[in-house]
Structure formats: C-alpha cells, structure tokens
Design a protein around this ligand. Structure first.
Ligand SMILES: Nc1ncnc2c1ncn2[C@@H]1O[C@H](COP(=O)(O)OP(=O)(O)O)[C@@H](O)[C@H]1O
Ligand SMILES: [Mg+2]
Length: 419
C-alpha cells in the first residue's frame, strides 16, 4: 500500500541532504549573495527530494499500479446491476476476475474491467473506420486544473473502454509525473514531441510508450521541450512553406486510426507548442475556476486565440480553415466557502452560456491529497478520508467524463459513415 504523502515530508535534517550547506540554515546566518551556484544547489536539492518522495510513494514496485474494481463498481461502469454481472459471469465469455484470498470477494483488474466496459458500452465505442477524436485541455493561465482534468479525462475515458493516447506538451511535465514518470531523469528526447518540433521526425509513433494504466499510452514531456519554442519559428524562417502550427497535427496522422481519444495537456501560455496542441485538436476543454482573476484571464484566452486563429486561417485555403467539433468551459476548483464564487459563476454563465458544462468540480482535499502522491481520484483503491467527500469528488469527475464522452460520440456521428 502506498505511504500517505503527509508521512513523506520529513524535516530537512532527516533527509541526509548533502547540498544543504549551500543554503543558510537560519535567518540569523550571514546572508551570502544568491549566485547561480546556489540556485543550482537548490535545483539539485529539489529534484533529489522529488525522486526520494516518488521512490517511497511507489515502493516496493517503483512504478504506479492501477486500482482493482469490485463487482459493484463494474456494474456501475457497465450500466447494469450486480446481479446481472453475477449472471453474466456464469456464461464465461468475459473475464471472471479473481477472488481475494481472505474474504473471497471478486475483484477485476483494470484491463478486465475495460473489456467488460467495451462489451456493455458498444453504442459509445468508436465506430469502425472512424478516427480518434483529439481533445486539447487549455487555458493560458496556470493552476486552473488543466493537468488534473487531462489525467481525469484519460483515465475516465479509458476506464469506459476507450483506447487513449495522452500527450504532455507542457515542458513542466506534470501529466508525465502523474503517470509515475519523472520528467527530469526518466524522459528522453525521443519520448516527447521534440523530434516533431525540430523537424527530425514527421511521425509521433516512436515517442509513444505504454503506461501503468491499461488503455492509456503516453507521449511524455520534460524541461528540454522549451527548446521547441525556438525550433518551431526557426523552421518557419528557413522554410516559408513550413506550417509551424500544424506540426503536431501532422505527426498524429499515422496514429489517429489506432486510438479512440487523444488527450493533450498544454502549457499555461500562448506558445508555439500550445498552438500546435490546439490545432491538432477536434475539441477544446477550458478549465476556469470561478475567481475574478481567472475569469478575466480566460477572457484574454479567447481574444488571443481568435487573433491568432484569424491570422493562420488567412494562410489556409477555404477547406483547410480550423474548425472545432466542440468547446467546453469546465468550472474547476469551485470553492463552496468562497463568498465571491457565486457572483463569478454567474459572470461565467452569462458570458459563455451553452459552452459551460453542466457540472462543477469542487475544490476538494481529495484532489490535492492525491496530487501530493502523484495521483488522482481515479487512482484510489481505498480512500482513507471521509467517504462522503470522496464520493462528492468522484461523482463530479465522473459526470465531467460522461459529458465529454457524449461530445466525442457526437463528433463521430457528425462525421457520418467513413468513406
Ligand atoms: N478540484 C480541485 N480541488 C483541489 N485542488 C485541485 C483541484 N483541481 C486541481 N487542484 C490542484 O491545483 C493545482 C493546479 O492544478 P493543475 O491541474 O496542475 O493545474 P494546471 O495544469 O492548470 O496548472 C494542483 O496542485 C492540483 O492538485
Ligand atoms: Mg499543468
């Protein structure tokens, strides 16, 4: 069982940190100027701490493990009742799971649960011959829950039976970290979109890795991806025919048949890489917490996107102009105790109307506690805190995933029968 995060933050003197002397231990110590040598010491110290925490959280397997599912959970997933699951088990055509050693309770692995989901949710699966629907989670502001929402979408949609490709294009690599992979030490250039951006590859396939979560493959990110910000415009300068905004979209072409849904987590800025994420997408999800500042910055998101999109469209022929199948505003991190939120929520509703998803993700300790363990609510095998708080969080995320899945299914329908 993973150790709770709270136990993993020992006071500095217990960490055995060798670089601690580079920093003053008390405010009374003489203050040396903070030169780059000391910043580097800080960097080393921070990344070694992250590595230690991860090592202990994931012990003894040193990689994340996905949860197992009860008959009751499987029944909900398949939209049937428990007795039906028990009846279907007698037919022997779907995985039977395993009985736990002591109580003899039946449990299913994630891959078994996904097979059941595919069997019972046929009407929501990708029709034969259709291509993956690509969703970018975006907002030029940080901390609005982009990465959390991306991971929730990848996990929730794969649990519902879909084959998901998760793509991290934020050099901070938070989505990569949520998959139990450390950007600083475990991600190489070939595992990222970097070769696409530098023009050394036109196909994303070599960057794809399987993950601890059956049904999610990952294209990782790491800090060196910052260099893509310079590489993309430089290519445009040397080759006027290059389309710097379409590099990711074109790299995805060979795999759009292989997946059902592609989820892209984007950086918190209007960057060349972000544009590629948006231009590769069929649908956008924009998480917006109901705070005045977040609302104001979301307004900038639209004007920047419209300006830029307008410019890019002028360079395209009629049929090639960018259109999205869907656009969803997600009220994220909604703090019930914040007196200002109802007012801001009304502004959001009045401004974005039908684009606002009919669900609110509450600000909850379940999400923040799990994030401290490099996990989400969907990684939980057994929640240690209040069952009511946990259920409230899971119900909201489930509804969010269901709503996005509806848009995905609609997008497939909208495309009609494939040629
Ligand atoms: N519903 C929520 N309740 C509490 N904390 C949340 C919630 N959603 C996200 N967070 C936390 O807020 C921080 C920012 O979220 P993140 O998904 O990394 O945002 P972004 O990718 O937009 O920067 C993270 O620490 C995350 O765990
Ligand atoms: Mg993020």
């Amino acid at each position: 069982m993973a150790t709770p995060a709270a136990e993993l933050f020992p006071p500095p003197d217990q960490t055995g940190n060798q670089v601690a002397s580079a920093l003053p231990s008390s405010s009374l110590a003489p203050r040396a100027p903070i030169d780059m040598r000391r910043i580097l010491a800080l960097a080393t110290r921070a990344s070694s701490m992250v590595e230690q925490i991860r090592g202990r959280l994931l012990a003894p397997e040193s990689r994340k493990i996905s949860p197992r599912y009860s008959v009751a959970q499987l029944a909900v997933l398949c939209g049937v009742d428990k007795s039906h699951v028990n009846y279907r088990l007698t037919k022997g055509d779907l995985p039977a799971g395993q009985l736990t050693p002591n109580g003899g309770k039946r449990e299913f692995t994630l891959s078994e649960a996904r097979l059941w989901a595919r069997a019972y949710r046929q009407d929501k699966m990708k029709p034969a011959g259709q291509r993956a629907i690509c969703i970018a989670v975006a907002n030029f502001k940080g901390g609005v829950a982009k990465t959390t929402s991306s991971m929730i979408l990848a996990q929730g949609l794969s649990l519902r039976g879909h084959r998901v490709l998760a793509i991290d294009i934020d050099p901070q690599g938070s989505l990569t970290t949520l998959h139990g992979i450390l950007p600083e030490t475990e991600v190489t250039e070939e595992m990222t979109i970097s070769p696409l951006c530098h023009g050394t590859s036109q196909d994303i396939t070599p960057a794809i890795r399987s993950t601890y979560w059956d049904g999610i493959d990952l294209v990782a990110a790491a800090p060196f991806l910052f260099s893509a910000e310079f590489a993309l415009p430089a290519r445009q300068m040397s080759d006027t025919g290059a389309r710097f905004w379409d590099v990711l979209s074109e790299g995805l072409e060979p795999v759009r048949d292989l997946y059902d849904v592609i989820v892209i987590d984007t950086p918190p800025s209007l960057s060349y890489v972000t544009i590629n994420g948006l231009w590769a997408a069929d649908g956008i999800v924009v998480p917006v917490p109901p705070s005045g500042l977040d609302f104001a910055s979301s307004a900038q998101f639209w004007s920047l996107l419209a300006d830029l999109g307008g410019n890019l469209d002028q360079q395209e022929t009629d049929g090639a102009r960018k259109v999205f199948d869907f656009l969803h505003i997600l009220l994220s991190r909604v703090d019930q105790a914040d007196a200002a939120s109802p007012a801001v929520r009304q502004w959001i509703q009045a401004t974005y109307g039908e684009f606002v998803l009919p669900v609110e993700i509450p600000k909850t300790s379940v999400t923040s506690n799990k994030a401290a363990e490099f996990a989400t609510v969907y990684d939980v095998q057994k929640y240690d805190g209040s069952a009511k708080t946990y259920k409230r969080a899971v119900d909201a995320y489930d509804r969010f995933v269901d709503l996005v899945e509806e848009s995905v299914v609609e997008a497939w329908r909208g495309r009609g029968a494939p040629a």
